[in-house]
Design a protein around this ligand. Sequence first.
Ligand SMILES: [Ca+2]
Ligand SMILES: [Ca+2]
Length: 286
Amino acid sequence: GPVTFTNLSPISFPSVGVATPYPSNILVSGLSTTISKVTVTLSNLTHTFPDDVDLLLVSPSGRKMIIMSDTGGLNAVSNVTITLDDAASTNIPDSAALTSGSFRPGNYLTVQDAFAATAPAGPYLTPQTGGTETLTSAFTGAAGGDPNGTWSLYAVDDASGDLGSIAGGWSLTITPLVFMCTTPCGSVNLVVTSTLTRPNPTTVQAAIQVQNLGAVTANNVSLSTARLGTTIGTPLPQNLGSLAPGATANAVVIFTNSSPGANSTLVVGGTYTGGSFSNTKRVTIP
Ligand SMILES: [Ca+2]
Ligand SMILES: [Ca+2]
């Protein structure tokens, strides 16, 4: 499901110019390399003239989109929390007052607003009304690239007089693209077997075997998530390479874990010609 990453540090707008910090960063890690949805939440936006606010979001893969610019007109706002979400029912307003809630992204007035260095140079992707991009088209799927890494929010106040802040910082909510298959999936059929042992009171060792019983080769087979605890030694994900039909691969993962009897999950994922797969196996901690 969706995973939220947050930077709680306030973003302060001067009367005119780049905000502090510039940019504000969020480090995303641990996600699959393709995502299906992203939303952005701005917490506690206060500004005496919101039309001055321009926001540029840059992804780890270098995609750069103006997500909110010249919105809210001249209506001063205090502590509104706004989620930019393609699935919202209304556009963020051009001249009406900003209110707390979910809105589709919007860029009014100037289309290619200026973002001083250290922001990447334009041109920038832009949503309505200056363009037709969405958070989905800009940042998800094959075009969006790997979501893991640093996301940067460049905030600018584009007119002298009037200022404000995003006092509660901002967050990204990202939905990884996951295909779940425990039966043959695109003719890949990976069977995961595991033997878990507890060599000492705080450590669990998982010996995992993955066998491809399907009809086509599984590529990029990755032991991507094993929610057993903090790994010791070889970290996750472990790349198990390609598995031809009938082939097996073995991996050993050692974890810090002090909860005998708990349930956990092993996940093996990868690709085949035509798609991706993910196979989940529930295990009990010894
Ligand atoms: Ca604009
Ligand atoms: Ca201003």
